[in-house]
Design a protein around this ligand. Structure first.
Ligand code: ADP
Length: 250
């Protein structure tokens, strides 16, 4: 803060200063409100698994001892809700951490994508086609964070469709382009912006069944912004979706 010599300033300068000051206050207020919304959404999301765990623990206590079926069902539910809470907490931490500047280095998007695809091919029995149009595509970034984005996009494509998914990686206008296409349910136009919001899920019940938290795309978006990239979707309901990530080439 500089000491301001008000008397020697012209009216215009004072007017400009007042404008800047008001903008600063609005910015801080906006940030504060966003934090408040985040904390309230996060508590809400955590409350559901906590209350499910509690009710199964009570059921276990009342009827679990003499009834093996109730015992197994309760233990299974508690275990899966605990997994859910763990995922939520990890993703919330990731969202907070990815806001601070990470160490950058030269990253080859082709190798990074191949490695990530290989982990999915090992775990899923699904056809994932990969069309790489270059041998190397170097960007300046944090490898862990970029891998996280690629992972989230592939994971979603697999979660929200049943057929083959297609991955294309290319270069255009000095940008690396990473694209994932699925032939699943698609996303209505009015939802296409909102899916990048924290905790937003189009179908809460379905997304919950597939382990969704609504934080994946928000994390991917924060990381992309920190890399001066762009992340967007084109989609038609009933036909499928294409998520595109672009990053400036190094
Ligand atoms: P989630 O953990 O629920 O998958 P995301 O932030 O990754 O959270 O995605 C937010 C929502 O966007 C999802 O719940 C889903 O409704 C929608 N969505 C994301 N990717 C796709 C996709 N490939 N096809 C259809 N819907 C999608």
């Amino acid at each position: 803060w500089q000491k301001i010599d008000v008397q020697n300033r012209s009216r215009d300068e004072l007017y400009e200063m007042e404008k800047t000051f008001n903008e600063m206050i609005d910015y801080l207020k906006g940030n504060f409100e966003k934090q408040e919304v985040f904390v309230s959404d996060a508590s809400h999301e955590l409350k559901t698994p906590i209350s499910i765990v509690k009710s199964y623990a009570q059921l276990l206590e009342r009827r679990g001892k003499e009834n093996p079926e109730v015992f197994n069902e309760s233990v299974e539910a508690i275990d899966s809700e605990a997994d859910r809470m763990q995922k939520l907490v990890e993703q919330m931490l990731s969202l907070a951490k990815n806001k601070t500047k990470a160490a950058m280095q030269q990253v080859d998007m082709i190798t990074l994508s191949e490695e990530t695809i290989a982990t999915f091919q090992g775990a899923y029995d699904r056809n994932i086609s990969f069309d790489k149009r270059h041998e190397k595509l170097l960007v300046n970034g944090n490898p862990n964070q970029l891998q996280q984005v690629v992972y989230i996009l592939i994971d979603n494509a697999l979660k929200y469709s049943n057929d083959e998914i297609k991955i294309v990686i290319d270069e255009r206008n000095n940008e690396a382009i990473f694209q994932v296409t699925d032939y699943g349910q698609g996303i209505p136009e009015k939802e296409q912006e909102r899916i990048f919001d924290r905790f937003y899920r189009m179908d809460k019940a379905r997304s919950r069944d597939t382990g969704g938290t609504g934080l994946g795309l928000a994390i991917a978006n924060t990381i992309t912004d920190a890399h001066n990239g762009r992340l967007f979707v084109t989609s038609n309901v009933g036909e499928g979706s294409t998520f595109t990530l672009t990053l400036p080439l190094d």
